[in-house]
Design a protein around this ligand. Structure first.
Ligand code: PAF
Length: 278
């Protein structure tokens, strides 16, 4: 496995590459969910292609006062995980941004609601770093988890609007046996909170059952979800929305392409999840 730590070297490496390359952008603290992204990346790259993983805890996507400093950075563990998973290139840059940077990439429609409303500047940070990674590594395709549904929709829009010649591949969420979506943030939960964190999946699956049974009123469905979340004493809803999966516009009545997306604090940890309803 090749390890590259500077933007100059990774650009030079990309210029010389002749094989197909698939990028898995991450912030490290790799878990089974990331391994699934790597597995799908290998499927798309082929056995002679290149699977590249980037690990960069991107300061631009953390709002002031959030968990940037304490975000886990298990460097050597992550390196071994990548090696064992058959990754060809690990890019962990130490020179991503200029101190006097003044150009950003901002998506202005899909970023407004859901997590974007609660986290101003977050998706500008995500788009800016992903655009930079795309320019630096020039992959043929890039893989993102569907757990961050809004992020995936915004990146697809960025690629469309800015004509990046890169295929975007969404990978279904990997869950624990009890339904909790895998996330680097799960490690912040204590045992009691971890047990209560299943409430996100329980709320979404209850809504899906009702939707499958013919309930079309989004207001009623969201009330049911709120009720399920309220049954967990450490859980507090940040938002629960039912939106169109592509344009992320809130729906009044259930219709094809509907997805339920939610963010819930369990103790101090903010967890997000989503489930396709139609
Ligand atoms: O999903 C993430 O881990 C990050 O938002 C990403 C896409 C690696 C950009 O920093």
């Amino acid at each position: 496995m090749k390890i590259i730590e500077t933007v100059g070297e990774v650009q030079a490496d990309a210029r010389e590459r002749t094989s197909r390359s698939v990028l898995v952008p991450t912030m490290g603290a790799l878990h089974r969910g990331h391994l699934e992204l790597v597995r799908v990346a290998r499927e798309h790259a082929g056995k002679d292609g290149e699977v590249a993983v980037s690990i960069f805890v991107n300061p631009l996507q953390f709002e002031p006062g959030s968990d940037f400093e304490k975000y886990p950075r298990p460097e050597s563990v992550d390196e071994n995980v990548c090696r064992d998973a058959g990754v060809n290139l690990l890019f962990r840059p130490n020179d991503m941004y200029f101190d006097d940077r003044s150009v950003y990439v901002e998506e202005t429609a899909l970023s407004a609601g859901l997590c974007g409303a609660a986290r101003p500047g977050h998706f500008r940070g995500v788009c800016t770093v992903v655009a930079k990674l795309f320019n630096l590594l020039a992959p043929d395709a890039a893989v993102f988890g569907e757990k961050d549904h809004q992020q995936l929709a915004i990146i697809r829009r960025m690629v469309r609007d800015l004509n990046f010649p890169i295929e975007i591949i969404g990978v279904p969420t990997v869950r624990e046996a009890d339904g909790l979506a895998l996330s680097s943030r799960n490690q912040y939960l204590n045992a009691d909170e971890r047990a209560q964190a299943t409430v996100l999946y329980r709320a979404m699956t209850r809504v899906k059952e009702l939707a499958d049974g013919g309930q079309k009123s989004v207001g009623e469905l969201i009330d049911v979800a709120k009720g399920v979340i309220a049954s967990a004493k450490s859980a507090r809803v940040d938002y629960i929305s039912i939106v169109d999966a592509d344009n992320l516009q809130p729906l009044g009545v259930l219709q094809p392409n509907a997805v339920i997306a939610l963010a819930v604090f369990v103790g101090k940890t903010r967890l997000i999840d989503n489930l396709r309803l139609w």
